[in-house]
Write a protein of this length. Structure first.
Length: 511
């Protein structure tokens, strides 16, 4: 009896010690994800106040300008339309962007209202959504495998060049993936618990995403496809299929909104068709299908690093093997539909993706989760478990430092600085309502949106002086790096009007 009691005591003690160790491990991992979110915020905050003159900052000034117009005119006067005008205009002269729903610039405008108009307040909402993506990647990893895998996947995402630069870019394609990955996490909770609150949250994520960009509907496609590769209940299947009419309704609402603005609904489709057909601009960009595939793979290697790319490839082979064996579990099925979610953008919108390297941002959840899954699959076969954390740390260091210089280069880009500089000249030498003229059509082609945003003035362009310029123009600017004005026009300006200059521009005050 004493021996039996002693054995029971030992078992109870061992069980208690195991529970204590598990509890400690969970507390450590919970603390680590908080640290990761804080660190991600600090990394994304680097140069958050930098002027919009960097890589793909064309989007930043376009949507910040629309947000500024929401502040200037109000949501009612603009009819929630995306007004593109610079300087103050009457509402009968409004120009609109109608290619996308308006929620993104509305979100930026709210940030402007709360924190004032600045580059920081334009980028801050995107940063917050990026932090949401990091957290949801962690949660998905936890749900399909373990907290440690979720932590490793989230940490991997945080150190990638594509996240550190584009994770704060004010554009649709950096805010939709966080919303969608939230939807994926909620979908997993729906499968596991089948509570109605998760369905409502899933629908909410789809609606919010659908009011920002059409790419939010990739979530609907991916989750419907998941029904064919993973067995769920009939009730869940029904819920997921209802996402399809919701998506269609959101699209129709946008068409109605375009009509309310007095615009042609064909405008939304013209841009769509151009982005779908890469051969429309093949001569300009040198597109071929082979070149496209090679370029996207090159982008993926650069932005996601070679270790993450190899991990994703290994996972695809693992999935194919287990699919053939008819042994697909929840983890593998979720990760593969994340691949489907990310690849839709690259397959359907080839013209857009060929020009804009950040379209592979949609692949981020798949890339880091498939990489983490492959790493854990390989390491679990090792006998010496003590080297497990060491391998994870070394891989994270490799991801961070293998593209460290490239990340620094991205953050330091200033390709459109000259547009910013000439805009400051115009803004400081004119007042609202006055018109400026830049004597260079090249500046119109490459810098117009930057000049319009930072000058907030009406600006015209040309390689020759306009007729009656002395009656219609307040300021004339000649860029020194591109100065095509005829000699006689330059002499006329020099002889009659006050001349000013710095190291980049010459300008004349006409009146």
């Amino acid at each position: 009896m004493a021996v039996f009691t002693e054995r029971c005591s030992r078992k109870f003690l061992a069980s208690s010690m195991k529970e204590i160790q598990t509890s400690k491990s969970n507390k450590i991992l919970n603390l680590l994800i908080i640290i990761i979110l804080f660190l991600a915020f600090k990394l994304l905050s680097i140069d958050i106040n930098k002027p919009f003159w960097g890589h793909h900052d064309w989007n930043s000034v376009v949507y910040s300008n629309i947000a500024r117009n929401y502040i200037r005119y109000g949501y009612i006067k603009t009819k929630f339309g995306q007004v593109t005008n610079h300087d103050s205009q009457s509402n009968n002269k409004f120009g609109y962007i109608t290619h996308y729903p308006p929620l993104l610039p509305i979100i930026i405008s709210i940030s402007f209202k709360l924190a004032g108009q600045s580059e920081t307040s334009a980028r801050l909402p995107i940063v917050l959504f990026s932090l949401l993506m990091i957290y949801c990647i962690y949660q998905i990893g936890k749900e399909i495998h373990s907290k440690l895998l979720g932590f490793f996947a989230a940490s991997s995402a945080m150190f990638l060049s594509i996240f550190l630069y584009f994770g704060k870019l004010p554009v649709h394609d950096t805010i939709i993936p966080p919303i969608s990955v939230f939807g994926f996490w909620i979908y997993i909770k729906l499968i596991k618990e089948n509570k109605v609150k998760y369905f409502y949250l899933l629908v909410t994520s789809l609606i919010i995403g659908g009011l920002i960009n059409w790419s939010a509907f990739y979530l609907t496609v991916a989750l419907i496809c998941h029904q064919f590769i993973y067995k769920t209940s009939k009730d869940i299947k029904y819920k997921i299929y209802t996402l399809l009419p919701i998506s269609v309704t959101l699209f129709l609402l946008h068409i109605v909104h375009i009509k309310i603005l007095g615009q042609k609904s064909t405008n939304a489709f013209s841009n769509l068709m151009e982005r779908i057909n890469p051969f429309l601009t093949a001569d300009l960009y040198g597109y071929t299908p082979v070149k496209y595939v090679v370029q996207e793979l090159r982008f993926t290697k650069i932005y996601y690093t070679l270790p993450v790319l190899l991990g994703a490839i290994i996972f695809i082979f693992l999935f194919a093997y287990y699919f053939k064996k008819n042994r697909i579990d929840l983890a593998k099925s979720i990760i593969i539909v994340l691949f489907l979610y990310g690849i839709i953008q690259l397959v359907v919108f080839q013209q857009l993706s060929f020009i804009h390297d950040y379209m592979i941002y949609y692949m981020l959840p798949f890339m880091v989760l498939s990489f983490a899954y492959s790493v854990f699959f390989i390491i679990n076969s090792l006998k010496k478990k003590l080297i497990f954390p060491l391998i994870l740390i070394l891989l994270l260091a490799l991801i961070l430092f293998s593209q460290f210089k490239y990340t620094q280069t991205l953050l330091a880009t200033n390709i459109n600085k000259r547009g910013y500089d000439v805009a400051r000249v115009i803004n400081t030498n004119t007042t609202s309502g006055q018109v400026s003229f830049i004597a260079s059509n090249s500046y119109k082609e490459f810098q117009e949106v930057f000049i319009g945003y930072y000058s907030d003035r009406n600006v015209s362009y040309g390689d020759e002086l306009p007729s009656n310029f002395d009656k219609t123009i307040t300021l004339i600017v000649r860029p020194k790096d591109h100065d095509p004005l005829p000699i006689e026009s330059k002499k006329l300006l020099d002889d009659i009007y006050p001349k000013y200059e710095n190291d980049k521009f010459i300008w004349y005050k006409i009146k």
